[in-house]
Ligand binder design. Structure first.
Ligand code: CO
Length: 218
């Protein structure tokens, strides 16, 4: 079966399944949205925001582009951020990169003549790679270098967004977080807000320990 047709049939099945489980679900969605989180991620098909976070429709306001970039001269990204921050008043912005990112890899490779628009788009990433040249060249394995640069890129995008007028001029500026998605494990890791990251890790360890204690006691 061709792919678009499969998507339409899957949609029909999903809609019926959700309506059967929660009859008011779609009526509630139609009343409006009040997402608390703006997600800025990569367009990569392997990193679907809602799927990897188990978020429901209505929870995430989403912008995705190649290599999850924010630049103030990008009208598309800026308009999404402006609407999310100033109209929807989201409390958090998550910039999520991922390992094995093709856009990040391209920025560490010679430009491709076949992709002039992409080349222009990732020019800023090439500059960023230059600024981290020593750290990146010290990583011999190219795949590992790409993964590290994907992380450095997220941290840079978080910095740019935190300092942007669009965020700073908000009556209550949202917190901007930087995350990376590891494809091999399917896990998100925090790259910024390390205090919070430690707290979450500790609580997970405690939950894990409690689970073991309960199981051991049984
Ligand atoms: Co990517």
């Amino acid at each position: 079966m061709n792919h678009p047709k499969r998507l339409l049939l899957s949609n029909l099945a999903w809609s019926q399944e959700v309506s059967a489980r929660e009859p008011e679900f779609f009526a509630d969605l139609a009343r409006g949205q009040q997402p608390r989180i703006l997600w800025i991620g990569c367009s990569d098909s392997r990193v679907p925001a809602e799927r990897i976070t188990n978020a429901q429709p209505g929870e995430l306001f989403v912008h995705r582009n190649i290599a999850n970039l924010y630049t103030s001269d990008d009208g598309n990204a800026s308009s999404v951020i402006e609407y999310a921050v100033h109209a929807l008043k989201v409390e958090h912005v998550v910039i999520c990169g991922h390992h094995h990112c093709g856009g990040v890899r391209a920025a560490l490779s010679p430009p491709s003549d076949a992709l002039p628009v992409v080349n222009r788009r990732i020019a800023g990433l090439r500059d960023l790679a230059g600024r981290h040249r020593d750290e990146l060249l010290a990583i011999e394995d190219f795949d590992a270098r790409v993964d590290r640069f994907a992380e450095l890129n997220v941290i840079e995008q978080v910095r740019l967004l935190r300092e942007s007028p669009i965020v700073r001029s908000a009556p209550r500026p949202p917190q901007v977080h930087g995350w990376i998605f590891g494809l091999r494990e399917g896990l998100l890791t925090q790259l910024t807000d390390m205090d919070e990251a430690r707290e979450i890790a500790d609580s997970l360890t405690e939950t894990h320990a409690e689970t073991h204690a309960v199981r051991d006691a049984a």
